[in-house]
Design a protein around this ligand. Structure first.
Ligand SMILES: Nc1ncnc2c1ncn2[C@@H]1O[C@H](COP(=O)(O)OP(=O)(O)OP(=O)(O)O)[C@@H](O)[C@H]1O
Ligand SMILES: [Mg+2]
Length: 285
């Protein structure tokens, strides 16, 4: 990547412009299985994460959501199946390999450094250096511009220590860092779980804006209100298997609750184009 220390020309973040809708899926999962000892955390998981769309991943505690995120972000390797990135099967051996491909993960307990300020966090490991000296002014300009592009206006200064930021502001900094690193897929694990009402609204807005700019976005959430506000597509994991997946228009809160708690729903509309539902096999005569 070009964005390393010692580089004199820092490529600015891609402009956040509407991309005109969904596109191809940069990431496809096919036949993914992962077990921990006797626990089969995931089996036969197929999932597409299309560009320009927010895909929500739902499931009860222990359904396998975080395990799936860890496979996508290079923390675990699958026992079986393929991870296909931009048309090529890939092995993600480390989080660094995933991030170099363009996969960014925003965790609830974010990997930001409390004792550094916003700019330092955004450029950690990718500092702009000119003639052996860090170009603080340039880094501050690029950081501010990226936050502005994301319409993040609640930070009083990019020189604020991250320790002093609210949960929502920390998420915003983590997202801006991903945008600067030219992520093509951004994965959020429970982004709003610890946030208040206005911060939740800000983070959901940020999530929509990333998809509008053409990125593929995956969001894990237990909050159905958030999911129905922000998601274009929905996938439900039940005991490590995909119980249903498809466009959000094929779901409502009642059938989603059925799918989360039982893995099937008699109320699921089976005729949605692109809808794959385990539940439709369970129809009674
Ligand atoms: N590192 C691990 N070692 C052993 N078992 C694990 C490990 N990580 C996850 N598991 C098991 O795999 C299953 C899926 O866990 P996972 O954390 O993916 O669930 P989840 O859907 O994220 O749940 P939650 O909503 O509670 O976060 C669980 O049974 C869990 O106990
Ligand atoms: Mg989890």
């Amino acid at each position: 990547m070009a964005q390393t220390a010692g580089n004199s020309s820092y490529p600015t973040a891609p402009p956040l412009r509407p991309s005109g809708g969904g596109g191809e899926s940069p990431l496809l999962l096919r036949g993914i299985a992962k077990s921990f000892g006797a626990v089969q955390a995931l089996s036969s998981v197929d999932l597409d994460l299309p560009a320009g769309k927010v895909t929500a991943l739902l499931g009860d505690n222990g359904a396998g959501k975080s395990t799936l995120v860890k496979l996508i972000s290079g923390i675990f390797a699958p026992d079986e199946g393929s991870i296909i990135w931009e048309g090529e099967p890939v092995r993600l051996r480390t989080p660094k390999e995933a991030s170099e491909l363009g996969i960014a993960t925003v965790y609830q307990d974010l990997a930001l450094c409390d004792n550094l300020d916003v700019v330092q966090n955004m450029f950690l490991g990718r500092e702009i250096v000119r003639s052996g000296v860090m170009d603080e002014a340039e880094m501050e300009t690029v950081a501010s511009r990226t936050l502005e592009d994301l319409s993040v206006t609640t930070l009083s200064s990019t020189r604020q220590l991250v320790a002093s930021l609210s949960g929502g502001q920390r998420q915003a900094v983590a997202v801006a860092k991903a945008v600067m690193a030219r992520a093509r897929l951004v994965v959020f694990d429970e982004p709003t779980a610890a946030l208040g009402v206005s911060q939740t609204a800000m983070v959901l807005d940020l999530i929509s804006r990333l998809a509008d700019a053409g990125m593929a976005v995956m969001v894990i959430s237990h909050n159905l209100n958030d999911v129905f506000r922000v998601a274009d597509r929905l996938a439900v994991l039940y005991l490590g298997q995909i119980a249903a997946e498809g466009p959000i228009s094929g779901f409502d809160p009642a059938n989603v609750v059925d799918l989360i708690t039982t893995g099937k729903s008699a109320r699921l509309a089976p005729s949605q184009p692109g809808m794959e539902a385990a539940g439709k096999e369970e129809e009674q005569p």
